[in-house]
Design a protein. Structure first.
Length: 139
């Protein structure tokens, strides 16, 4: 299994909307950055992704699971980009704010910090565990 982070502006697509999409999940589409799109192509069924609220909130709020691997993004007229299907898995006990992630020395090489504009990024297993532990601690 691989781990990922997906960014979404909560006023465009929030974790609550993801939850409301139910068992069928929702299409993760609209990615137009080549590096992010390549990351979507690498996702496999069952992979887990942190759900990050960008711009508003700037925090990891939940986890979604990949339920359908990369397929042509129907919102892309150029036919160059892909989408994946994801389903809500769990809400974190406590959101993990970006400012706390930046203060954690063990996460200094996290792509969320190093490539802050990237919307789909891999997460190393070690980082995944650290962030999960952070989500169990009230801030």
């Amino acid at each position: 299994m691989n781990y990922w982070l997906l960014k979404s502006e909560p006023d465009v697509w929030s974790l609550d909307q993801q939850i409301a999409s139910g068992k069928k999940g929702s299409m993760w589409d609209g990615v137009r950055n080549y590096q992010a799109a390549n990351n979507l192509r690498k996702m496999k069924n069952g992979d887990l992704c942190f759900f990050y609220h960008s711009n508003i909130g700037k925090e990891i709020v939940g986890i979604v699971k990949v339920i359908k691997e990369a397929y042509p993004d129907p919102t892309d007229k150029t036919k160059k980009f892909v989408a994946v299907q994801v389903r809500f898995d769990k809400k974190l006990d406590y959101p993990v704010p970006l400012e706390n992630i930046k203060k954690t020395k063990e996460l200094k090489d996290l792509p969320l910090i190093k490539q802050s504009r990237l919307s789909v990024m891999p997460i190393d297993t070690k980082y995944w565990k650290i962030i999960l532990n952070m989500s169990k601690i009230a801030k």
